[in-house]
Design a protein around this ligand. Structure first.
Ligand code: FE2
Length: 247
């Protein structure tokens, strides 16, 4: 069987886009580190904040940074970089006409960063509309990072029951961050994708391999195959649709 690519679904590797990589050298170091640790594809999910800039402006900046990076990386063995965005949820997002343009290139998959607050029926309905009316594959970015804001809030679990994909940060499955709960989600098929959410080479460095090793140890290699299959389908590298996993 052909080996599926290892995909890092959440990275801030593009230089000068957000609070991630500060320059092209740092971006290249991050990509080299990813390659070294077995990552084949990095989805570049720079932050997009509706309040700060238009979609046109964001995409123009992203294009410029991508070409700059590719130029500097010429001839180097680094992971393939696929442009995307980490779109911060905002009021009225479900009506946003330009939203499709922020999906991961070549897909209808949108990495969505929910509010760091207690979610309400408003968020539930808006995400539901993105799934059912707009027919987007919504990827909830680092779902685990919102747990502390929800406590007994039913909307936290209700959102996860929509036909969304759940992305967990690599660091969060490690024991230091009480990873057991999130490992269990992968084991039960309720979490689907891993991302490093790498921002730099120090405090938030690329770290997918550690998390994969642990997931493989706790859940067996088939858990990694499932993650890789879901990712490959999402990017159109394998047959079927990733959203089918939840149906
Ligand atoms: Fe992020």
């Amino acid at each position: 069987m052909k080996k599926l690519p290892v995909i890092d679904f959440h990275t801030h590797i593009l230089p000068h886009m957000d609070d991630g990589s500060r320059n092209t050298e740092m971006s290249l170091d991050m990509l080299r580190e990813m390659k070294e640790s077995g990552v084949d594809i990095a989805v570049a999910t720079s932050h997009y904040y509706h309040r700060n800039e238009s979609v046109d402006r964001f995409l123009a900046r992203r294009e410029e940074m991508l070409s700059h990076l590719f130029e500097k990386a010429a001839g180097e063995q680094i992971p393939a970089v696929i442009p995307g965005a980490e779109v911060a949820f905002y009021f009225g997002i479900e009506e946003e006409k330009e939203l499709d343009r922020l999906c991961i290139a070549g897909t209808r998959a949108l990495l969505l960063e929910m509010p760091f607050a207690s979610w309400t029926s408003y968020e539930l309905n808006a995400v539901s509309s993105l799934c059912y009316d707009r027919k987007l594959t919504v990827i909830l970015a680092h779902y685990e990072r919102f747990a502390e804001f929800q406590k007994e809030n039913k909307y936290y679990s209700e959102l996860a029951k929509l036909p969304v994909l759940i992305q967990i940060n690599a660091a969060s499955v490690l024991p230091l961050f009480s990873g057991r709960r999130w490992i269990k989600m992968f084991g039960e098929g309720q979490a689907h994708l891993l991302g490093s959410d790498a921002h730099n080479m120090s405090s938030r460095a690329p770290n997918l391999s550690k998390a994969r090793a642990l997931l493989g140890k706790k859940l067996g290699e088939e858990a990694l195959v499932k993650i890789d299959e879901t990712g490959a389908k999402l990017l159109g590298l394998a047959g079927g649709s990733a959203a089918e996993r939840k149906e």
